[in-house]
Design a protein around this ligand. Structure first.
Ligand code: ATP
Length: 157
């Protein structure tokens, strides 16, 4: 996969618009930066954004909160939901291929259990990290951290 300069903020903003239109759900968006560029594959990075937003909408009923921040030379993209949450034992397994929590309960939402394993692989290929914080009964936050290429549109040498 060819890695190029990617306008990460645009991928995030487009994805939010797409999901709002497709599902008619409330997606709150917070950011501390107008534009942020990373090195990578736009298609793959878009895939991570889609997987995380899709899961948040699929496994919760209320609004979700998407954030895009920069801190210490890194991009921090997070997706928070207020759904059932994920137990600590399950948090260790959800990034495995084909793993789905509580097969009976998940069956009604459908899915293969591949999304998060794909997202983790892509994050690692971009020198990034993908983590989850979750409390059962309160909700989950998935966070993707990536190295920043640059903050504004400016010529690269
Ligand atoms: P697919 O990838 O085909 O959409 P999936 O959603 O089951 O299927 P993953 O995205 O890999 O697969 O997620 C694995 C499991 O982790 C899910 O089956 C679900 O049980 C749990 N999970 C993922 N995201 C959340 C979330 N935001 N809240 C609660 N549980 C979640």
């Amino acid at each position: 996969v060819v890695h190029k300069e990617v306008e990460f903020h645009q991928l995030v903003e487009h994805s939010i618009v797409t999901f709002k239109q497709a599902y008619g759900r409330e997606i709150e968006f917070h950011k501390n930066i107008e534009s942020i560029y990373v090195m990578g594959s736009a298609d793959q990075l878009e895939q991570i954004i889609y997987i995380l937003i899709d899961n948040a909408l699929k496994y919760s009923k209320e609004k979700i909160v998407v954030s895009l921040f920069t801190y210490n030379g890194e991009v921090i993209f997070s997706v928070q939901d207020f759904g059932n949450g994920i137990s600590e034992e399950e948090q260790e397994r959800i990034f495995e291929r084909f793993y789905r929590v509580d097969k009976a309960r998940s069956r009604e939402t459908g899915g293969t259990g591949l999304g998060l394993s794909i997202a983790l692989t892509i994050a690692e290929e971009h020198n990034g990290k993908l983590t989850v914080e979750s409390t059962e009964g309160e909700g989950s936050t998935f966070t993707l951290v990536l190295p920043i290429l640059k903050k504004k549109s400016q010529p690269t040498e």
